[in-house]
Write a protein that binds this ligand. Structure first.
Ligand code: TXA
Ligand code: MG
Length: 332
């Protein structure tokens, strides 16, 4: 099936497919997702099949603006403050679930992740459908999230129905905040940690640090991985010597005097937002170049840089250390 340009007709078709228990690929402001009726176990199980995703990895319920949250979860003051500030937008809250939410959605956990996306196409599908949709990123398990409809199609196959609305503006997944007990950020994403702290206070921690178990399976150590091995450089690549052409390079901002054969540059202006919006697409493109490895510049930690570093770390095999005239690759 060709990609369907998102318009009133294709959106109506998507809603009809979802009502019939089918899956639909759709754009959100963060990444492309694979949607299905979040309260229908058969529909949700199709998501796990299409994504080849293990059922221990729970899904986020996406809701239309103005949805009565008490149907699916028990909102508290922490969540209300976040919702007021960041919805619709790239932030997911984790709250105790209600009976209505199938165990398959939450992998048997008593909490449910809930998000209200700001992308107008996602909102139109959600309000047309009139209830929560389970929407994981539209990649096969463990691979890079798609930020274009074509990348989603590469992941899901030709048979998938995918609404095409161009590239995603944010480019990294939503930030997940655990709102049960002392709030903590479980996955860094489209809303920066600093912004969450500005609303909830500076003591908001990072879930992974305080928890020995990966509460969010997306926090598994290897995730978001391209097929080509990716290594991170601690030194700015433009300041190393002549870069060998056997690798492809992901530059942050500065380009070396002699350009290597394969490269992408994340930002011309040094903007983390611009870089985040391009990161996954560039990883995909470099992955397709048939090189011996991808070597990536250091990414500044400010703002969305933290989420980018997190994804690069999980995607990486280790470090590429410049040693006079060549890289030494060190597994992590
Ligand atoms: O930006 C996004 O959030 C995208 C777009 C499509 O909306 N969706 C997305 O979904 O990233 P997914 O399924 O690829 O990642 C959801 C993450 C997973 O790491 C999952 O483990 C975690 O959320 N998660 C979901 N429910 C959870 C729960 N009850 N407890 C802990 N983690 C949960
Ligand atoms: Mg995902």
């Amino acid at each position: 099936m060709p990609l369907a340009l998102a318009n009133d007709k294709s959106i109506a078709e998507a809603v009809a497919l979802l009502r019939g228990g089918g899956c639909v690929g759709l754009p959100t402001e963060t990444v492309y997702g694979l949607a299905a009726d979040g309260l229908n176990v058969d529909a949700v199980s199709r998501i796990f099949e299409m994504k080849q995703r293990p059922t221990f990895d729970p899904l986020i319920l996406h809701v239309p603006e103005g949805y009565d949250l008490s149907r699916i979860c028990q909102p508290n003051e922490t969540a209300r403050r976040l919702i007021q500030k960041f919805w619709p937008g790239p932030l997911t809250v984790l709250l105790p679930k209600t009976e209505l939410v199938p165990d398959l959605v939450t992998s048997g956990l008593r909490t449910v992740a809930v998000r209200c996306p700001s992308h107008p196409v996602a909102q139109k599908v959600l309000s047309g459908f009139g209830g929560p949709l389970a929407v994981p990123s539209a990649n096969r398990f463990g691979r890079i999230s798609p930020t274009t409809a074509r990348a989603a199609q590469e992941e899901l196959g030709e048979a998938a129905f995918i609404l095409d609305a161009g590239s995603c503006a944010v480019g990294v997944e939503s930030t997940i905040v655990n709102c049960v007990g002392a709030p903590s950020v479980l996955r860094q994403g489209g809303v920066a940690l600093e912004e969450v702290r500005a609303v909830l206070g500076s003591d908001v921690g990072l879930g992974e640090e305080s928890s020995p178990l990966p509460l969010v399976p997306g926090a598994l150590k290897s995730h978001y991985a391209p097929a080509t091995s990716l290594y991170r450089s601690r030194r700015v690549l433009a300041e190393c010597g002549t870069l060998p052409d056997e690798y492809a390079y992901l530059f942050w901002q500065q380009l070396p005097k002699r350009l290597p054969k394969f490269y992408r540059r994340l930002t011309e202006s040094g903007s983390a937002r611009e870089a985040a919006a391009r990161l996954f697409q560039f990883m995909r493109e470099l992955d397709a170049m048939g090189v011996n490895g991808i070597i990536c510049d250091p990414v500044p930690m400010e703002n969305l840089g933290a989420a980018m570093n997190d994804r690069l770390h999980r995607a990486s095999r280790g470090w590429a250390d410049w040693d006079d005239s060549r890289f030494r690759l060190v597994a992590r």
